[in-house]
Design a protein around this ligand. Structure first.
Ligand SMILES: Nc1ncnc2c1ncn2[C@@H]1O[C@H](COP(=O)(O)OP(=O)(O)OP(=O)(O)O)[C@@H](O)[C@H]1O
Ligand SMILES: [Mg+2]
Length: 206
């Protein structure tokens, strides 16, 4: 008599994504302070040397958390160039969405519920997502097709889904090289990126 050996269950997409987040977050958290600093300098140099920002004024960035690629040298360079910089803020009334608030040298920041520093929401400092020229997004993992895995909150997916298909806004993922994986297990709501910049490469997808 033959017995049927049950096949080992394949991890479902949700647990694959969780596992990938854990692995890649650990890797980026383990980068040394020197490696982080070098990566941040390289990023700023790479963006300034490209034609991405020349004709664009309203630029959203993020402040690095959890080992993310540090954007501060780039933000300082953008201020020097007279660009308007914005930071994401958790929407105070609509859960799961981000607002973008103007960030200058003198803007005071306060930690949100995740401990990430944010400017205060004030109407005259808000920039509607559709009016931003560039949104640089953080990410946990990406693949060579531009698929993006975030921290799991869906904040960027929801917020970017507000952009019309013909939006002029360029959405560009920023990541360390070590955050590239073979394939990001995708979900229907994930918004793929058309560009990703690492400290050593500018990926453009079509
Ligand atoms: N456009 C959307 N509308 C409603 N819910 C959404 C939308 N996009 C994503 N979500 C929800 O957000 C949750 C987390 O999504 P996901 O795992 O893709 O987050 P993430 O991409 O890792 O995070 P983030 O976008 O903040 O970087 C999912 O439960 C998903 O259903
Ligand atoms: Mg997603």
């Amino acid at each position: 008599m033959t017995s049927t050996i049950p096949k080992p269950a394949l991890p479902d997409t949700t647990s694959q994504r969780q596992q990938l987040r854990k692995i890649i977050r650990t890797q980026r958290q383990q980068l040394s302070a020197e490696a982080q600093q070098q990566a941040a300098t390289n990023l700023a140099t790479e963006v300034l040397a490209s034609d991405i920002i020349a004709l664009r004024q309203h630029i959203a960035l993020y402040l690095a958390n959890d080992g993310e690629l540090d954007t501060y040298p780039l933000i300082q360079a953008l201020w020097q160039l007279g660009k308007s910089v914005y930071l994401p803020v958790l929407h105070p009334f609509v859960a799961g969405y981000l607002l973008f608030v103007r960030y200058d040298k003198n803007t005071l920041l306060y930690p949100n519920k995740f401990g990430i520093p944010e400017p205060l929401v004030a109407c005259h400092r808000l920039m509607p997502v559709q009016q931003l020229d560039i949104i640089f997004t953080p990410l946990v993992a990406f693949d060579a097709a531009g698929n993006r895995l975030g921290m799991g909150g869906g904040f960027y997916d929801r917020t970017l889904s507000q952009l019309p298909p013909d939006s002029h806004c360029q959405v560009i993922g920023l990541a360390h090289n070590c955050q590239q994986v073979d394939a990001v297990p995708g979900e229907a709501w994930d918004i793929p990126l058309k560009q990703i910049i690492t400290p050593s490469k500018h990926w453009v997808f079509n």
